[in-house]
Design a protein around this ligand. Structure first.
Ligand code: F0G
Length: 481
């Protein structure tokens, strides 16, 4: 990827693609936004798309697709068994990861279910840099537990550490020495989602794998966010500067026993699966696929999505493609920083992350500052983000609240979806909200599901703060949207 400099010296991410299909957006008035979030129980997952202007909830299944992906979807082979589409996909995985076996699954969490059902039992401990919501839910459902081993720097929200997803190798060594018989595998999450899309260095991944293997343990990589992680290895890790993305990927995959992913992220399509080097590991997991997903050559996925995924995986090896997400996220993060808005640094992958603890210091953690910020950002701009804080945690077995180590509002930038002026609009509205942050109050649950409560739980504001926010908006913006 050649560097492109502006004569003005401005640091602006330049789109290396052109837009050929568009979807019209509506921006509803602030009063409707306040009403919509109230109807949604102050949970952005429950908003309806017609009320949303910029949907920054997630990058999952909503990345822009390329002309080559759409073209490939037209030649999908529908056969129930032995589909040529599946062969093309496994060939591409072999080319990229050098894996001989692939178990298809309908999305990433289905792959997690298969891995957990095969290896996790009552009392198992799964060491990982950091948990992901669905990963942890599958492990704990089976009586296992998660041990997070990210370095202390990983949960520091303000940092200049380029690889905040790295494992603390000393803690990994000592955990393996102490509890070896309870540990079936070590999980490495690339592009560590819940701490702000922060990458793991190539050196750290290799060291983790070597330590785990020395203790006779399998290494499982969650590659859902590998594309951003590859970009950061290439641009931030001196030892990888001269390696191509394909070479970096092979260096990583050669050390892994199992590579699973959500193709809603990796591959810019929808679906998922598990790539495996070793036949006996493949056989251990295989029977769960037809039982829960679908036959072995589609695993619950549409063949069209599998064709799109094959091309998407190929395009993931192109720096012009994978750089777009991180460059736009960095732009948004830098613009917010310039306006003194508290954000997670350094900018990671997946999205820009607001630090709700510093944004709303007057909202107690028990009143869900990240959830309140998500509702307030939606009211301020019709922008939908995702709470990544205490609401996204599960209660402890005794029913007590598990306060998250960080309270974040994630504003995802699905890859190649938003334009620069839309990002500027988001920055503008967030800055306005920051200047009116004292108006924002907390939330409390009115309906709380016992598992994955962030998906469908309903809350209410602890005061009439949404109304006060609407009034302030009208005062400053007049009749404008
Ligand atoms: N692992 C990681 C690191 C993820 O980010 C996700 C999904 C999954 C596993 C599960 O994959 O959704 O295909 O079942 N992350 C989405 C998100 C939901 O919005 O961050 P899935």
């Amino acid at each position: 990827m050649p560097e492109i400099r502006f004569y003005s010296g401005d640091e602006i991410p330049l789109e290396l693609h052109k837009v050929r299909i568009v979807q019209k957006l509506d921006l509803v008035p602030v009063e409707r936004r306040a009403q919509a979030i109230d109807e949604a129980g102050y949970n952005t997952f429950l908003l309806k798309n017609k009320d949303i202007f910029l949907d920054m909830l997630t990058d999952s299944g909503v990345n822009a697709m390329s002309d080559r992906q759409l073209a490939a979807m037209m030649i999908a082979d529908d056969s129930y068994a032995g589909s040529a589409t599946f062969t093309r996909l496994t060939d591409k995985l072999k080319e990229i990861f050098d894996t001989d076996y692939f178990l298809p699954a309908h999305q990433g969490r289905a792959a997690e279910n298969i891995i957990a059902m095969t290896f996790v039992k009552e009392g198992s401990i799964i060491p990982m840099n950091y948990h992901f919501t669905t990963t942890k839910a599958h492990i704990t459902r089976l009586g296992g537990s998660v041990e997070e081993l990210v370095t202390d720097e990983g949960v520091k929200l303000v940092s200049d550490n380029p690889f905040k997803g790295d494992f603390d190798l000393g803690r990994l060594e000592s955990l393996l020495a102490r509890c070896s018989d309870r540990i079936p595998f070590v999980r490495i999450e690339t592009g560590t989602n819940l701490i702000g899309g922060q990458p793991v260095s190539l050196g750290n991944m290799e060291a983790v794998a070597d330590i785990a293997h020395r203790h006779g343990k399998l290494v499982v990589m969650d590659a859902s966010l590998l594309q951003d992680n590859l970009y950061f290895i290439k641009t931030r890790e001196a030892a990888a500067r001269d390696l191509s993305l394909r070479e970096i990927t092979r260096r990583i995959s050669d050390k892994m026993d199992i590579i699973y992913f959500s193709a809603r992220k990796l591959g810019f399509a929808r679906g998922g699966g598990i790539a495996i080097h070793d036949r006996s590991l493949y056989l251990k997991m295989r029977e769960l696929v037809p039982m829960f997903e679908g036959f072995l050559t589609y695993g619950g996925m549409s063949v069209r999505e599998m064709e799109a995924m094959t091309v998407g995986l190929d395009e993931t090896m192109d720096m012009d493609v994978v750089s777009q997400g991180p460059l736009f996220i960095k732009y948004m993060t830098d613009e917010l920083l310039a306006r003194a808005v508290p954000v997670v640094t350094p900018a990671g992958g997946l999205g820009c992350h607001l630090d709700a603890t510093r944004f709303l210091p007057h909202v107690a953690q028990q009143e869900y500052p990240a959830g309140a910020l998500a509702a307030a950002v939606y009211i301020a701009g019709g922008i939908r983000g995702m709470e990544r804080g205490t609401i996204s945690e599960q209660r402890e077995a005794d029913g007590s609240e598990h306060l998250a180590s960080v309270e974040l509002l994630r504003l995802a930038l699905p890859r190649r979806v938003f334009t620069l002026s839309q990002v500027k609009y988001a920055v503008d509205r967030i800055k306005w909200l920051y200047d009116h942050r004292d108006l924002v109050g907390g939330l409390r649950f009115v309906e709380e599901p016992s598992s994955l409560r962030f998906f469908f739980g309903r809350l209410e504001p602890v005061s009439d703060w949404p109304l006060r926010l609407v009034n302030a908006f009208r005062k400053d913006f007049g009749d404008s949207l």
